[in-house]
Ligand binder design. Structure first.
Ligand code: 13P
Ligand code: SF4
Length: 317
């Protein structure tokens, strides 16, 4: 009993058992992104990339959605489910892409290109979604851009690296908002090439939020779930993985006979761990379910505006 009252000292088994009980009690579904810590991935009802998580949120029958991911993901779930309670373990779990693209500034940017439509990456705030024409994720961005008539000019926000990559793949010349992910911009080409020299048989696989020079040396580029599917299907036995290392847990689980080498930042630091994703812990997950907060709350007028471009994406996906 005593252990329950020692702050920050819950033991893991207690937390896992309580989370399972609370899931039943609340009739909750626990949605988990691949960048969450291993223990959280282990107790999730569904693990996926941004698109899969929003699709799952759109169809869930649960009364409560507990979102172990970052704020824009939980907010998207709330936009799709105004009558459900959406809980997030830490409200400060933001995203550098969302934070680097305030709606007022994007609105001004948009006004400079009145004949363009705005395609927005899901890593954005509800306010930004509300002024967008269509949302995309890293797994459907190419498809979404290709669905727009060739004569229609496009602004792509907020990730310039994903935008540049999609622009190259589709041959569409898009105006790019100058945002980037602080995690994916830390990877060093030199360090990756050194790993490749030491492991010439390994494939380099990267998330499209990485910079162009990294993508140019990659054998495969894809969203978190596409990276996972690639390693499952590949005949190769070794992979240099250029994204947040949370994904390695599922890769190692699904392919125990293969080797996964995480790419590291130039400085040899831990900056490849997303500081926002990692704010969520097993303990905060338990506490948010026990206390029914923090909860995502969104103004109804804003929600309706943000819903439209998300629905357009889901219809096309
Ligand atoms: P995915 O949609 O590939 O899971 O990406 C989400 C994200 O935030 C990557 O940094
Ligand atoms: Fe945002 Fe980058 Fe973290 Fe993904 S990894 S949530 S894009 S800061």
């Amino acid at each position: 009993m005593i252990r329950r009252f020692i702050k920050n000292n819950f033991d893991k088994k207690f937390l896992i058992d309580e989370i399972k009980k609370l899931k039943e009690e609340l009739n909750a579904v626990l949605l988990v992104h691949y960048y969450q810590e291993d223990d959280i991935q282990e107790i999730g009802d569904f693990i996926g990339d941004s698109l899969q998580l929003s699709q799952e949120a759109a169809k869930t029958q649960a009364d409560v959605i507990v979102f172990a991911g970052v704020h824009f993901m939980a907010e998207t779930a709330k936009i799709l489910n105004p009558n459900k309670k959406v809980l997030i373990p830490d409200l400060n779990a933001g995203c550098s892409l969302a934070e680097g693209c305030p709606a007022e500034l994007l609105q001004k940017f948009k006004e400079k290109y009145p004949d363009h439509i705005l395609i927005t990456y899901i890593n954005s705030t509800a306010e930004v979604k509300a002024i967008s024409d269509i949302i995309c994720t890293s797994s459907n961005a190419e498809k979404i851009v290709n669905s727009i008539p060739k004569s229609q000019k496009i602004i792509f926000a907020p990730d310039k690296n994903l935008g540049k990559y999609i622009s190259k793949k589709t041959g569409r010349d898009m105006v790019l908002w100058p945002g980037a992910c602080i995690v994916h911009e830390t990877f060093s080409e030199n360090k990756i090439m050194k790993l490749k020299l030491e492991n010439p048989e390994a494939d380099i696989i990267a998330h499209p939020e990485c910079e162009e020079n990294i993508l140019n040396i990659s054998d495969f580029i894809g969203s978190t779930s596409n990276l996972l599917n690639y390693v499952i299907k590949s005949d190769k036995k070794k992979f240099i993985v250029v994204t947040e290392p949370g994904i390695l847990h599922q890769m190692r689980k699904k392919c125990p006979d293969k080797e996964f080498i995480p790419a590291l930042p130039e400085a040899g630091c831990n900056c490849n761990n997303c500081p926002y994703m990692r704010l969520n812990t097993l303990e905060k997950l338990y506490l948010c379910m026990k206390n029914r907060k923090p909860e995502i709350i969104i103004n109804e007028e804003l929600r309706i505006k943000a819903l439209k471009p998300i629905q357009r994406m889901l219809e096309l996906s």
